[in-house]
Design a protein around this ligand. Structure first.
Ligand SMILES: Nc1ncnc2c1ncn2[C@@H]1O[C@H](COP(=O)(O)OP(=O)(O)OP(=O)(O)O)[C@@H](O)[C@H]1O
Ligand SMILES: [Mg+2]
Length: 146
């Protein structure tokens, strides 16, 4: 199964998050600028004319479409790299993806996500980085989820 990870992160954490994702083999991704708020409802700024509320704060939305078994590892990587420990660090949503179509070749589904060196083309168990607990847990989860 294919999933989409949508992570809303601080703009100033984007560089570190991208570097961390590169290390685990995430190749395909896109970002967009978003504005919004969570439970804090924004921030109060003090200017010459008094205080005012800025309720739609800028964040980066990072989108990654990948195979189910790589989702947990990717979430952990984003969480660690994006976190400052303060309110407003962001939120991660995971969605099911019905299909993927690579326009240049017409490939569909998993084939359309197979970039050279990408996490989706790496061996599932064992492989270059060894069979980690994270991998096994993700694989077990996938079997349960089917
Ligand atoms: N339920 C939601 N739906 C859509 N976007 C959200 C939602 N919650 C948060 N966001 C987005 O994530 C950004 C960061 O939200 P976050 O939840 O980190 O802030 P917070 O609720 O103010 O603080 P915290 O949850 O860390 O105490 C928001 O600016 C908004 O863009
Ligand atoms: Mg929140």
């Amino acid at each position: 199964m294919t999933k989409k990870i949508e992570a809303i992160i601080r703009e100033e954490r984007l560089h570190d998050v991208k570097e961390a994702l590169k290390k685990i083999g995430i190749v395909g991704m896109n970002v967009c600028e978003v504005r919004g708020h969570g439970r804090q409802g924004g921030i109060v700024l003090t200017g010459r004319t008094g205080t005012y509320q800025v309720d739609m704060l800028p964040r980066i939305q990072l989108n990654i479409v990948l195979s189910d078994h790589n989702v947990e590892k990717t979430i952990e990587t984003i969480k660690q790299a994006a976190r400052t420990g303060n309110a407003g660090d962001g939120i991660i949503f995971v969605y099911p993806v019905d299909d993927v179509i690579r326009i240049s070749s017409g490939e569909r589904g998993h084939d359309a996500l197979s970039y050279e060196g990408d996490i989706d083309t790496m061996p599932r168990n064992g492989g270059a980085t060894g069979g980690s607990a994270v991998k096994s847990a993700a694989a077990a989860k996938e079997i349960v989820g089917k």
